[in-house]
Design a protein around this ligand. Structure first.
Ligand code: PA5
Length: 355
């Protein structure tokens, strides 16, 4: 038997993480730094954007969610994050549609870009290649080509920061320089604190994973942090191969709180992603909701972001959740990287189409 606690045993970790998801997570802060320098070619034509749409699926849609969350404080134009085929009826001339797909082969996203171009929208693409890169080249669209070879969800730096750049060149500024600098600094500090080398006793991500292990996580966010709550849910599903749910306050207090009364709630663990800028009412709401849930839930945990700016706060919550879901996968004895069921769905749909 190993002398190490389960998450501090290097041999166990490397035998499970056969595809190196941990290495990608450690390198995430440098991925973000590198991604800030990636730009679109050709550049975006001058345009007055009346509606911004970010199209993507799964890990490639998260950048769009982050844009929508940041846009609340900054953008005078509506933002739609479109996950699916085709395009919303509101899309047309005056719309900037940015299609984001890490692989460039996601059929929903390709179909949205095609629909958008037919309707006279301005298109741009962020991808590592595939049919989406080909389409962008054929149509002369602004294309940010990001490095290939990662798991899409762990390429968030490459998928988000170039998107910020495309929007900025269209006059849609979402962050200031100090916020980007701060976000990178915060991520670098966290990278050193949360990696496998840091033992359980001093590692927030390992401790959280241990407390969630054996239960179904339900992650709550507020107006700002909901994007991170959704990301935690999807990361738990993809990295730990475990069902997870997310909810949003104050809405959950008008429906979901009743569900926690069921005895089955003992198998669920609520995690509240706090917002340091929440007002007193929002703070009391988290406290009251937590008190009511605690009587029935398997566990209740609160997590606070780091940093002063919104970008650092959101990325710190996301990066912590990425690590938590990674360790949860290892505790459950699975390889966090590959997503064979997602691949199988795509394969079967492709086969269903072939003659
Ligand atoms: O994380 C994943 O692997 C998935 O959620 C993918 O991001 C999703 O299937 C879409 O693929 P892509 O990101 O290549 O467009």
């Amino acid at each position: 038997m190993s002398a190490h606690p389960p998450l501090d045993d290097p041999d166990r970790l490397s035998s499970l993480d056969r595809h190196g998801a941990g290495r990608i997570l450690i390198a995430f802060p440098s991925q973000c730094r590198e991604a800030l320098a990636l730009t679109a070619s050709p550049p975006l034509p001058p345009l007055a954007v009346r509606h911004l749409v970010v199209a993507g699926m799964g890990g490639s849609a998260v950048g769009g969610d982050l844009v929508a969350a940041l846009a609340r404080d900054w953008l005078p134009v509506p933002v739609t994050v479109w996950r699916g085929y085709g395009a919303p009826a509101s899309l047309g001339p005056g719309t900037l549609l940015v299609a984001v797909s890490y692989s460039g082969t996601t059929e929903e996203t390709i179909s949205t870009l095609e629909a958008a171009l037919r309707r006279g929208a301005t298109g741009a693409v962020v991808t590592s290649g595939g049919a989406l890169a080909t389409l962008a080249r054929e149509r002369g669209l602004p294309l940010v080509r990001v490095p290939a070879g990662l798991f899409p969800r762990l390429a968030l730096g490459y998928l988000f920061f170039p998107l910020l750049g495309v929007l900025e060149s269209a006059g849609l500024r979402l962050t200031r320089q100090w916020e980007r600098d701060e976000a990178l600094r915060v991520l670098e500090v966290m990278g050193a604190e949360l990696g496998p080398e840091r033992p359980e006793a001093q590692n927030e991500a390992k401790r959280l994973a241990l407390s969630l292990n054996g239960r179904i996580p339900v992650i709550y966010g507020s107006v700002l942090t909901e994007v991170a709550a959704y990301r935690w849910k999807t990361e738990v599903e993809e990295n730990a191969k475990l069902l997870a749910f997310h909810g949003r306050l104050p809405e959950a207090d008008h429906n979901e709180v009743e569900g926690w009364r069921d005895p089955l709630a003992a198998g669920f663990h609520a995690v509240f992603l706090r917002d340091p800028e929440e007002d007193e009412v929002a703070g009391s709401r988290v406290r009251v909701t937590g008190e009511l849930i605690r009587a029935h839930a398997g566990g209740v945990t609160e997590v606070w972001p780091r940093g002063q700016g919104r970008l650092a706060q959101l990325f710190s919550l996301i990066y912590l959740g990425d690590w938590v879901s990674y360790y949860l996968g290892l505790l459950r004895g699975v390889d966090p990287g590959p997503v064979p069921v997602i691949e199988e769905v795509k394969r079967r749909l492709r086969e269903g189409k072939s003659p």
